[in-house]
Design a protein around this ligand. Structure first.
Ligand code: ZN
Length: 249
């Protein structure tokens, strides 16, 4: 397959399975897409590995995960990798911005429609990546652009670039299962796949119990003072049950 270097215009002969390359004439890092050759740019990590692990711990301690998960989960060593995104610089009502769409399939949620985090962007090179894994793009540019149109409507795309965003992969283990998570090494944002979520059923049971007890008391007892007294007596055990549920789930 023949491509033209985006920087110097040289004609390059590229094998069909090659997705990433450096122009042999000018050294520019290029990505092979359905539209030809595109610039391959990268952002430098500003978040350290220990800091990334702390971000994941905070997510595990949050309201959406089971109680005590941050203490019980065993985290694996953070592993830095460069994950590919097709980046579209679009002009819309709010001015110009760069929207990212994942260029490789992944179980992590929330990768679609990220805006480019503030930070310095540079040309991709072996020196920037160091020993970290650089994931090649697999999702075609047209597919990513179709996602962009679904999300943003008919916006004018001014520039298309392949971005490699540094991510720390941090897997964790809990009750014999392995869960995937990652931290954006530029913004510190946590991405998760499936996670041990707080169960809703116990809360619904407690809510049902409250409705049943107070509802029956309200219907059966006519005298207002007696009703208030019974409410006062039945409240503490219900509060205790609610508190125990919140602590355990
Ligand atoms: Zn070139």
């Amino acid at each position: 397959m023949e491509l033209r270097c985006t920087q110097c215009g040289a004609t390059l002969e590229v094998a069909p399975d090659v997705r990433l390359l450096a122009c042999p004439y000018c050294g520019t890092a290029l990505a092979v897409s359905s539209a030809g050759a595109l610039f391959n740019e990268v952002m430098r990590p500003t978040v350290g590995a220990a800091e990334a692990a702390a971000h994941v711990r905070r997510f595990l301690a949050g309201r959406r995960t089971v109680a005590g998960l941050d203490r019980q989960a065993r985290l694996e060593e953070p592993e830095l990798e460069y994950f590919p995104f097709w980046a579209f610089t679009v002009r819309g009502g709010a001015g110009e911005r760069t929207v990212l769409m994942p260029a490789a399939p992944d179980s992590l949620q929330g990768l679609q429609g990220l805006t480019l985090p503030a930070g310095e962007t540079r040309t991709m090179s072996a020196e920037v990546a160091g020993g970290a894994r650089v994931v090649p793009p697999e999702i075609p540019l047209e597919t990513a652009e179709a996602w962009l149109r679904e999300r943003e409507g008919s916006v004018a795309v001014e520039r298309r670039v392949l971005y490699h965003l540094p991510l720390y992969r941090i897997a964790y283990h809990w009750r014999g299962r392995r869960y995937a998570a990652a931290v954006d090494a530029v913004s510190g944002r946590v991405f998760h796949a499936d996670y041990p979520a707080k169960a809703e059923a116990p809360y619904l049971l407690v809510a049902g119990l409250v409705l049943a007890v107070f509802g029956i008391e309200g219907l059966v007892i006519g005298n207002l003072l007696v009703k208030l007294a019974v409410y006062l007596v039945s409240s503490p055990p219900i509060l205790l049950i609610a508190w125990l549920t919140a602590r355990r789930v």
